[in-house]
Design a protein around this ligand. Structure first.
Ligand code: HEM
Length: 138
């Protein structure tokens, strides 16, 4: 839930480029062959219409309480036949690292931390993330 919520608020890939290889009708929308489409992942992930008034808040519980259809509104790894081939690996890696860290350390964010996510090809913390780690058994 925590990893999903982090990927929702700060998706590393904020835009997904696609090109229509044939004429497509999408609802009332006519998409002609050859048109380039940019899927705005960041905007979809922050939409209050989809996620509610707290769309910009960090709330991992939303992945527990609200049934959601992965691949529709939550698309950090894209969706469809060309979605991320490393998705399962990346999720497993993140869970293992997070589990190892929280079982051994407590965390405190530094006073010098400035929350400034920026998109430079991928989403990054502009000034880094300064965190104090304290061993749990000390
Ligand atoms: C948090 C980590 C990751 C995120 C958020 C992520 C996200 C994405 C996204 C959004 C795409 C689709 C791009 C598009 O369709 O335009 C993609 C494709 C891809 N990713 Fe990842 N990825 C991650 C980790 C990985 C890892 C660990 C690997 C390899 C071990 C990997 C390998 C690939 C490959 C090969 C593609 C291209 C798949 C294709 O075009 O068929 N990714 N990734």
């Amino acid at each position: 839930m925590v990893i999903n919520e982090s990927l929702r608020l700060y998706p590393p890939a904020t835009l997904l480029p696609r090109m229509a290889f044939e004429d497509i009708k999408l609802g009332d929308l006519h998409i002609p062959k050859g048109l380039q489409i940019w899927i705005p992942v960041l905007a979809i992930h922050h939409s209050k219409e989809i996620w509610g008034e707290d769309a910009n808040e960090f709330n991992p519980d939303r992945f527990a309480s609200k049934p959601f259809a992965p691949g529709r509104h939550f698309i950090p790894f894209a969706t469809g036949p060309r979605n991320c081939i490393g998705q399962s690996f990346a999720m497993m890696e993140a869970k293992i690292i997070l589990a190892m860290l929280i079982s051994r350390f407590s965390f405190q964010i530094s006073d010098s931390y400035r929350h400034a996510p920026v998109v430079v090809l991928t989403t990054k913390p502009k000034y880094g993330v300064q965190v104090y780690l304290k061993p749990l058994n000390s």
